[in-house]
Design a binder for this molecule. Sequence first.
Ligand code: ATR
Length: 288
Amino acid sequence: MRIDGKTRLLCLIGDPVEHSLSPMMHNLSFEELGLNYVYMAFRVTKERLETVIEGFRAIGVKGFNVTTPLKRDIVVFLDKLDPRAAKIGVVNTVLNDHGEFIGFNTDGVGVVKALEDRDLKLDGLSIVLLGAGSAGRAIAYALSEIPCRLTILNRTAEKAKSLAEELSDGLAEVSWKQLTIDSLTECVPRADILINATSVGMKPKDAETPVPKRLLRKELIVFDIVYNPLETRLLKEAREVGATTLDGLEMLLHQGIEAFKIWFNLEPPVGLLKKAIEEVRRRRLGCR
Ligand code: ATR
C-alpha cells in the first residue's frame, strides 16, 4: 500500500476495535482495485464521539463504520439517515457525501445476503429470529422486505411486540413471542432458519446457548451472529446434529461488502475477501 498526499481516510470507530477484521478487508479491496484510500480502526468512547465526528468533518473522511457501543449514539451527530437506518434507529455505516454525513445500516442486509449466498431462496421460508436489540432490529427489518414467515422471540416481550408491529407493512408475515423454553419448543422445530441475534453464547458466557440441542435438527439452517467465539455452543451443537451453520464472520463479510458499495458505488473484490475471511476462520477454528 502506498500512502501519499492524496490518500483519503475511512475508518471504524467503537470500543473495542483492536480485533476488528474490517481494516484487513477494506484495505485488501483498496489495494486490489487501486483505490487511494486507507482504512483504520480507532477506539472511541461515547464521551468523545461528538469531538471525533467534528474532527472527521474537519479532515473530510470519506466515510466510516460504527460499532458497539456507538451504533445508536451516532445518529444525532449525522445530517441525514437512509430511510431504513432511520426506522431501525441504528447506524453501522456513514458516507460523507460532499460534506453531508449520511447514516446507513448494512448489518441486516448483510445477514440476508449471507443466507442468499448459500443459494437459499428465503421466500416462503419460516425464520425464527432470537433478539430484538440493535442487531435483531436490523435483521428483522431486512427480512421484512422478503415474503417469508418471520417469528421474533425476545427475552423482553415488549421489544419483540413493538418490533413486530413496526414491520406489519412489510412483505413478511411477522409474529412475535417472549423468548422462553416454551416458545422455543413451539417455534424452532417448525423453522427452516434460526438466527441468533442475542448476546447469549458470547464470551465470557460461552458455555451458554440460547437454544437447547434437542430442538436442533439436520434440516435446520442455524446462523449465529456472535463472533467471539466464532463457533458458539449453538453452532457447535448445530454442527453435531448435521445442521447447516453460518457464523459471525459471514455477517461481517457481507455487511462490509454492502458498506463498500455505499462508499464507492463499486463492487469490491468479493472472491478475494471471501478467501481472506476463510483463512481467518481456518486459523481461529484451528486453535479452538
Ligand atoms: P446488540 O447490539 O448485540 O444487538 P443489544 O441491543 O443490547 O445488543 O441486544 C442484546 C440482545 O440480546 C437483546 O435482544 C437482549 O434481550 P433483551 O431485549 O430482553 O435485553 C438479548 N439478551 C441479552 N442477554 C440475554 C439473555 N441472558 N437471555 C436472552 N436474551 C438475552
